[in-house]
Design a protein around this ligand. Sequence first.
Ligand code: ZN
Length: 195
Amino acid sequence: MILSIVGYGDPVLRKVGEDITEDYPNLDELIANMYDTMYSASGVGLAAPQVGLPIRLFVVDCAPFADIEDNTPEEKEFLSQYKRTFINAKIIKEEGEEWAFNEGCLSIPDVHELVMRKEQITIEYYDENFTKYTETIKGLAARVIQHEYDHIEGILFTDKLSSLKKKLIAKRLKNIMEGKVFTDYKMKFATKKGR
Ligand code: ZN
Protein backbone atom coordinates (compact mmCIF):
# COMPACT_ATOMS: atom_id res chain seq x y z
CA MET A 1 0.00 0.00 0.00
CA ILE A 2 1.29 3.43 -0.88
CA LEU A 3 1.44 5.81 2.09
CA SER A 4 1.34 9.61 2.12
CA ILE A 5 4.72 11.29 2.50
CA VAL A 6 4.91 13.93 5.20
CA GLY A 7 6.01 17.36 3.98
CA TYR A 8 8.60 19.75 5.40
CA GLY A 9 7.26 21.52 8.49
CA ASP A 10 5.53 18.54 10.06
CA PRO A 11 6.85 18.15 13.64
CA VAL A 12 7.28 14.38 13.16
CA LEU A 13 10.28 15.13 10.92
CA ARG A 14 11.99 16.80 13.90
CA LYS A 15 11.63 13.97 16.41
CA VAL A 16 14.50 11.69 17.33
CA GLY A 17 13.21 8.23 16.43
CA GLU A 18 12.62 5.57 19.09
CA ASP A 19 14.08 2.08 18.86
CA ILE A 20 11.53 -0.61 18.05
CA THR A 21 11.25 -4.28 19.02
CA GLU A 22 10.45 -7.32 16.91
CA ASP A 23 6.84 -7.23 18.05
CA TYR A 24 6.23 -3.70 16.72
CA PRO A 25 2.65 -3.88 15.31
CA ASN A 26 2.43 -4.98 11.64
CA LEU A 27 6.13 -4.40 11.08
CA ASP A 28 6.37 -6.58 7.94
CA GLU A 29 3.46 -4.75 6.39
CA LEU A 30 4.90 -1.35 7.33
CA ILE A 31 8.25 -2.20 5.71
CA ALA A 32 6.54 -3.47 2.55
CA ASN A 33 4.46 -0.28 2.43
CA MET A 34 7.56 1.86 2.84
CA TYR A 35 9.23 0.16 -0.13
CA ASP A 36 6.05 0.58 -2.22
CA THR A 37 5.88 4.25 -1.24
CA MET A 38 9.56 4.88 -1.98
CA TYR A 39 9.41 3.18 -5.40
CA SER A 40 6.19 4.94 -6.37
CA ALA A 41 7.89 8.29 -5.66
CA SER A 42 11.11 7.26 -7.48
CA GLY A 43 13.12 7.64 -4.26
CA VAL A 44 16.31 5.81 -3.24
CA GLY A 45 15.54 5.95 0.48
CA LEU A 46 12.61 6.52 2.84
CA ALA A 47 12.59 6.90 6.62
CA ALA A 48 9.67 6.10 8.95
CA PRO A 49 9.23 9.74 10.11
CA GLN A 50 8.46 10.56 6.46
CA VAL A 51 5.36 8.39 6.74
CA GLY A 52 4.48 9.89 10.12
CA LEU A 53 6.18 7.42 12.49
CA PRO A 54 8.93 8.65 14.85
CA ILE A 55 10.77 5.30 14.96
CA ARG A 56 14.27 4.15 13.98
CA LEU A 57 13.43 2.48 10.69
CA PHE A 58 14.42 3.33 7.12
CA VAL A 59 14.67 1.58 3.78
CA VAL A 60 17.20 2.10 1.00
CA ASP A 61 17.50 0.88 -2.59
CA CYS A 62 20.42 2.39 -4.50
CA ALA A 63 19.68 0.69 -7.84
CA PRO A 64 18.65 3.97 -9.56
CA PHE A 65 22.16 5.31 -8.76
CA ALA A 66 23.91 2.38 -10.48
CA ASP A 67 23.95 4.09 -13.86
CA ILE A 68 25.55 7.37 -12.83
CA GLU A 69 28.33 8.01 -15.36
CA ASP A 70 31.36 8.26 -13.06
CA ASN A 71 30.74 4.88 -11.42
CA THR A 72 33.32 2.15 -11.84
CA PRO A 73 31.95 -1.28 -12.91
CA GLU A 74 32.39 -2.43 -9.28
CA GLU A 75 30.42 0.54 -7.92
CA LYS A 76 27.74 -0.02 -10.53
CA GLU A 77 27.40 -3.68 -9.55
CA PHE A 78 27.36 -2.82 -5.82
CA LEU A 79 24.76 -0.05 -6.14
CA SER A 80 22.49 -2.10 -8.41
CA GLN A 81 22.13 -4.64 -5.60
CA TYR A 82 22.27 -2.38 -2.58
CA LYS A 83 18.82 -2.76 -1.04
CA ARG A 84 18.57 -2.79 2.76
CA THR A 85 16.13 -2.31 5.62
CA PHE A 86 17.70 -0.55 8.61
CA ILE A 87 16.15 -0.99 12.07
CA ASN A 88 17.53 0.65 15.24
CA ALA A 89 20.56 1.80 13.24
CA LYS A 90 23.50 3.49 14.92
CA ILE A 91 26.32 5.07 12.91
CA ILE A 92 29.44 4.26 14.91
CA LYS A 93 32.04 5.89 12.66
CA GLU A 94 32.18 8.44 9.83
CA GLU A 95 35.53 8.92 8.13
CA GLY A 96 37.32 10.13 5.03
CA GLU A 97 37.16 13.36 3.09
CA GLU A 98 33.96 15.37 2.90
CA TRP A 99 32.52 15.44 -0.61
CA ALA A 100 29.63 17.29 -2.20
CA PHE A 101 26.58 15.67 -3.76
CA ASN A 102 23.35 17.21 -4.98
CA GLU A 103 20.71 15.92 -2.55
CA GLY A 104 16.96 16.04 -2.60
CA CYS A 105 14.29 14.68 -0.27
CA LEU A 106 10.78 13.31 -0.90
CA SER A 107 9.56 15.47 2.03
CA ILE A 108 11.09 18.61 0.46
CA PRO A 109 10.01 18.46 -3.20
CA ASP A 110 11.74 20.62 -5.81
CA VAL A 111 14.65 21.54 -3.54
CA HIS A 112 18.04 20.16 -4.56
CA GLU A 113 21.28 21.42 -3.07
CA LEU A 114 24.88 20.33 -2.69
CA VAL A 115 25.50 18.76 0.71
CA MET A 116 28.92 17.89 2.18
CA ARG A 117 29.28 14.53 3.93
CA LYS A 118 32.15 12.23 4.84
CA GLU A 119 32.80 9.43 2.37
CA GLN A 120 32.67 6.34 4.57
CA ILE A 121 30.50 5.15 7.44
CA THR A 122 30.36 2.18 9.76
CA ILE A 123 26.84 1.38 10.88
CA GLU A 124 25.25 -1.17 13.19
CA TYR A 125 21.66 -2.13 12.48
CA TYR A 126 19.08 -4.90 12.44
CA ASP A 127 17.51 -6.05 9.20
CA GLU A 128 13.84 -6.91 8.67
CA ASN A 129 14.42 -10.33 10.34
CA PHE A 130 16.06 -8.66 13.34
CA THR A 131 19.45 -10.08 12.42
CA LYS A 132 22.20 -7.73 13.58
CA TYR A 133 24.86 -6.46 11.15
CA THR A 134 27.84 -4.12 11.26
CA GLU A 135 28.72 -2.76 7.82
CA THR A 136 31.29 -0.32 6.49
CA ILE A 137 30.04 1.44 3.35
CA LYS A 138 31.40 4.24 1.21
CA GLY A 139 30.36 6.38 -1.74
CA LEU A 140 26.77 6.85 -2.87
CA ALA A 141 25.32 4.06 -0.74
CA ALA A 142 26.90 5.67 2.35
CA ARG A 143 25.47 9.02 1.19
CA VAL A 144 21.93 7.62 0.97
CA ILE A 145 22.25 5.99 4.39
CA GLN A 146 23.61 9.22 5.95
CA HIS A 147 20.62 11.15 4.56
CA GLU A 148 18.09 8.58 5.85
CA TYR A 149 19.92 8.23 9.16
CA ASP A 150 19.59 11.98 9.66
CA HIS A 151 15.81 11.56 9.30
CA ILE A 152 15.67 9.21 12.30
CA GLU A 153 17.71 11.81 14.22
CA GLY A 154 15.24 14.59 13.33
CA ILE A 155 17.68 16.24 10.89
CA LEU A 156 16.95 17.34 7.29
CA PHE A 157 19.49 17.98 4.53
CA THR A 158 18.45 21.63 4.37
CA ASP A 159 19.78 22.04 7.95
CA LYS A 160 23.27 21.44 6.57
CA LEU A 161 23.22 24.34 4.08
CA SER A 162 24.96 27.69 4.52
CA SER A 163 22.89 30.53 5.96
CA LEU A 164 22.87 32.18 2.52
CA LYS A 165 21.49 29.03 0.86
CA LYS A 166 18.93 28.71 3.65
CA LYS A 167 17.74 32.26 2.92
CA LEU A 168 17.52 31.51 -0.79
CA ILE A 169 15.26 28.47 -0.26
CA ALA A 170 13.20 29.90 2.62
CA LYS A 171 10.26 30.83 0.39
CA ARG A 172 10.16 27.39 -1.21
CA LEU A 173 10.18 25.73 2.22
CA LYS A 174 7.33 28.00 3.32
CA ASN A 175 5.36 26.99 0.24
CA ILE A 176 5.86 23.32 1.06
CA MET A 177 4.68 23.93 4.64
CA GLU A 178 1.52 25.45 3.21
CA GLY A 179 1.05 22.59 0.78
CA LYS A 180 1.68 24.85 -2.21
CA VAL A 181 3.72 22.34 -4.14
CA PHE A 182 2.94 19.81 -6.83
CA THR A 183 4.21 16.25 -6.68
CA ASP A 184 3.29 13.12 -8.61
CA TYR A 185 3.13 11.23 -5.30
CA LYS A 186 0.75 11.54 -2.35
CA MET A 187 1.81 13.97 0.38
CA LYS A 188 0.38 15.37 3.60
CA PHE A 189 1.27 18.77 4.93
CA ALA A 190 1.64 20.24 8.42
CA THR A 191 -0.69 23.16 7.87
CA LYS A 192 -3.17 21.56 5.52
CA LYS A 193 -5.97 19.22 6.56
CA GLY A 194 -6.96 16.06 4.76
CA ARG A 195 -4.89 13.29 6.32
ZN1 ZN B 1 14.90 12.77 2.93
